[in-house]
Design a protein around this ligand. Structure first.
Ligand code: XIL
Length: 297
């Protein structure tokens, strides 16, 4: 195969990228997107601040642009993200208690209903666990509505869009550590109690290498009966090409690793300004890391 998407499809997987609606009129960007990738994530356009800027008033213009571009070009879409402690509209940041709880559940239901039947997988909850050694939940306005907020969100998303796979997504969870183990325990509990969860996303914002137990960590989650996906991959540093190959091989070695998404197309598109962590240079040329991925797929 000569493109990332076609190469991934050889093993039944996808190769995706984050897309910004504002770049869909950049022909270099769109040419690479259309040629190389078969899965799309909206980089910002489906987040809470973008979709519900005022309480109860939903705005889907830019999210729909990305969704329609993807579907019209034969690509699938990962929805990102229904609930997250960041990129909340100001009005939600000022709520608490049952008022916030009602608002967040309504948000999940409304957005998942708008996109019903069109989303491969939703990041229902993003980044809810604390960094460091506690293995516990992150303090946030969402967490303060009650420890059951994550399962309530998953149940609401399932009711609104029964066809979408429902994922939990986080960062610094790429190896076996306290944070990933806290999430592992939550997923195990959800599966035991019948809370609807289908997949776990590993953002994989990396520097120079993946943890040595990266594959083993993916596998232990897969062994719980969920799909695993690499959802926001970008790798900075001089060992970039080797690290991209290692991440690719790890996913291919785990049967339930269903796909990889890089967090942007060209280095100039990356949120990691100045770190050049992506597969295409700022002119849109393939980098060594691109070839390394294509050869590993
Ligand atoms: C980032 C976007 O890339 C930026 O454009 C935005 O300013 C901030 O958010 N984890 C996530 C993503 O789940 O949504 C974040 O995306 C990067 C970290």
């Amino acid at each position: 195969a000569t493109t990332l998407g076609a190469a991934a499809e050889q093993t039944g997987r996808y190769y995706g990228t984050a897309v910004a609606a504002g770049k869909l009129n950049d022909s270099t960007y769109v040419n690479i997107l259309n040629r190389e990738f078969d899965m799309v994530t909206a980089e910002n356009e489906m987040k809470w601040d973008a979709t519900e800027p005022n309480r109860g008033q939903f705005t889907y213009t830019n999210g729909d642009r990305i969704l329609n571009h993807a579907l019209n070009n034969g690509k699938r879409v990962r929805g990102h993200a229904l609930l997250w402690y960041q990129q909340q509209p100001g009005w939600a940041q000022n709520l608490g208690g049952s008022d916030l709880r009602n608002a967040m559940m309504n948000h999940v239901t409304q957005v998942a209903t708008h996109y019903r039947g069109k989303i491969y997988a939703w990041d229902v909850v993003n980044e809810a666990f604390a960094d460091g050694s506690s293995g516990g939940r992150r303090d946030s306005n969402l967490q303060r509505t009650g420890n059951d907020w994550i399962e309530a969100a998953f149940r609401a998303a399932r009711a609104a869009d029964p066809a979408a796979k429902l994922c939990y997504n986080d960062y610094n969870t790429d190896g076996v550590n306290a944070k990933s183990t806290g999430i592992y325990n939550m997923v195990r509990d959800f599966k035991a109690r019948g809370v609807p969860i289908d997949c776990v996303g590993f953002q994989s914002h990396l520097t120079n290498s993946a943890p040595s137990d990266y594959q083993a960590n993916l596998q232990r989650f897969a062994d719980l009966g969920v799909d695993v996906q690499i959802t926001e991959l970008d790798i900075s540093g001089s060992n970039q090409a080797n690290a991209y190959a290692a991440v690719t091989r790890a996913c291919l070695a785990v049967a339930r690793c269903t796909g990889i998404t890089v967090w942007g197309i060209r280095d100039s598109d990356s949120w990691r300004t100045g770190q050049n962590p992506l597969l295409f240079d700022s002119s849109g040329n393939k980098k060594a890391a691109y070839t390394s991925v294509l050869n590993a797929l």
